[in-house]
Ligand binder design. Structure first.
Ligand SMILES: [Zn+2]
Ligand SMILES: [Zn+2]
Length: 240
């Protein structure tokens, strides 16, 4: 179970409880997120599994600076020389290998359990240098174009990435799809997190890949719309 095709040109790399995604562009390969520590061999195996070689990995884009998304980054960069991208608000975390900001568990039993199980702000990972800060709203000229959408809440420097040629949204931890589409394990700010979910629900895309859980292959933006665009009731409930 080293690599799984999602749509044409996109492969999911299962890295324990977290996902990374490998995208085949015209030139080299792009990796979104870098999983937990000590998972670099899984990434290299996945690259070979689609008939390419690790030195063809050119870009490593991070959705945010949490241990389960940057854990193997330093080792991957050492081997491949990939160029790294991250929102400025999380760069200090990546380049220090921590410390990580505290999270408050999201509403719901599953989120509480997973947050305690998976997220440890005192964890440290190998530091990774960031070559290129991301600018919200820009279209990265990589693999036909990734739109950078700033989506704070779970993490201040969080971005979602919309891959335009394949109409696929990479949500990072704005939400997850474990036992259904829902909240990530926790938030730095629930209010900002809700605003980011609504922002994604206003976009048009076909498929969605999550930092945690199974991808949605079609009609994904309809699912997001139904979950978050008509969110007034939920907001009222949470305010009560
Ligand atoms: Zn996270
Ligand atoms: Zn995560």
């Amino acid at each position: 179970m080293s690599v799984k095709r999602v749509i044409e040109g996109v492969h999911l790399i299962p890295m324990g409880m977290a996902n990374a995604y490998l995208i085949e562009g015209d030139g080299g390969l792009t990796l979104i997120d870098a999983g937990y520590p000590h998972k670099e061999a899984v990434v290299f195996g996945a690259i070979r599994g689609i008939g390419r070689s690790p030195d063809q990995l050119e870009h490593l884009i991070f959705t945010h600076g949490h241990p389960d998304h940057i854990g193997s980054a330093a080792a991957i960069v050492r081997e491949t020389g990939a160029r790294t991208y991250m929102h400025p608000l999380d760069i200090r975390i990546a380049e220090g290998g921590g410390p990580f900001r505290p999270l408050r568990a999201a509403p719901g039993l599953l989120q509480h359990v997973l947050c305690n199980l998976l997220y440890h702000p005192d964890e440290r990972v190998q530091p990774v240098a960031i070559d290129r800060p991301l600018t919200p709203g820009e279209i990265l000229p990589i693999a036909g174009g990734f739109e950078v959408i700033h989506t704070p809440g779970h993490c201040a420097g969080h971005v979602a990435l919309l891959w335009r040629p394949g109409r696929m949204l990479f949500t990072g931890d704005v939400c997850m799809n474990i036992m259904g589409l829902g909240d990530p394990v926790g938030f730095e700010s629930l209010q900002e997190g809700r605003a980011s979910q609504r922002k994604l629900a206003s976009l048009s895309f076909d498929s969605a890949g999550f930092g945690h859980g199974e991808p949605i292959l079609r009609d994904a933006s309809t699912r997001f719309y139904n979950k978050w665009a008509r969110k007034n009731q939920v907001d009222r409930r949470e305010a009560a």
